[in-house]
Design a protein. Structure first.
Length: 254
């Protein structure tokens, strides 16, 4: 296995992917927008996906690229286009792109951007793999951390999530690096489908907080897509770590 470049290497998923690949003896190059010290088994390089600055050096001699970078903005699309063009020029053999379950079923602006990014990857001329996963525990925790600051906690009616441990998604990504281009890989979903209300109640219990729950009906096609379960993959409930376990780690089993 040659050098693997991980974009978004300092993010929630990227950190775990880097850790696993290093533990498996892979030569890992981590892309960062700022200079970072070494000593962790990673060759850190500075580059910017949107402008392309530093990308030629970052991709030199790379066999596989794992794209974990995301800004939740439209500039993600520009970044993927730059990455694909530069990877093609550098002779990269395999691009692994991490995406989200339901982006073709739930009409959210960010999801439309992710779907467009997938299209760029598919049409890149590179060997490619796309892995879609359900929402990370960390994302839902950020939702609730923000919502609990309000006097009432909004709860979207009829909406469920299937949260997954980011470490398990990272394991799936690391496995795909070894397997070579696979097209659309089997999706990775968490072990439980839980209503937003159940998740909110679990969060409040674990945090030792009390808030009235305010039912909220999400409007339009976005709300209909979520209520129809477009963000779920119950047939791919392959994850093991539960949201309750994530809460225990976060709050120390209060």
């Amino acid at each position: 296995m040659g050098t693997v470049l991980v974009t978004g290497a300092t993010g929630t998923l990227g950190r775990e992917v880097v850790r696993l690949l290093v533990a498996r003896g892979v030569a890992v190059r981590g892309l960062s927008r700022r200079v970072r010290a070494g000593g962790d088994g990673v060759e850190w390089v500075v580059g910017d996906l949107v402008s392309g600055a530093g990308m030629a050096r970052a991709l030199a001699g790379v066999e596989v690229v794992v794209d974990c970078a995301t800004t939740q903005k439209k500039e993600d699309l520009a970044g993927v286009r730059t990455l694909v063009a530069q990877a093609r020029e550098a002779g990269v053999g395999h691009l692994v792109y991490v995406s989200i379950v339901g982006i073709d079923r739930v009409p959210l602006a960010y999801y439309r951007t992710k779907l467009a990014c997938e299209r760029v990857v598919r049409e890149s001329g590179l060997g490619w793999t796309v892995l879609r996963a359900t929402q990370f525990h960390d994302l839902l925790l950020r939702f609730f951390d923000a919502a609990v600051k309000l006097p009432v906690l909004p709860v979207p009616s009829g909406v469920a999530f299937q949260p997954v441990d980011v470490r398990e998604v990272a394991e799936a990504v690391a496995d795909l690096v070894w397997e070579g281009p696979a097209g659309f890989a089997p999706e990775v979903g968490g072990p439980q489908v839980l209503s937003y209300r159940e998740l909110a109640e679990a969060y409040l219990r674990a945090a030792g907080r009390r808030r009235p729950l305010l039912p909220l009906r999400l409007p339009g096609a976005f709300g209909r897509g979520l209520r129809a379960g477009g963000n779920l993959a119950p047939e791919r409930a392959v994850g093991r770590g539960t949201f309750e376990e994530a809460l225990d780690r976060r709050f120390g089993g209060r």
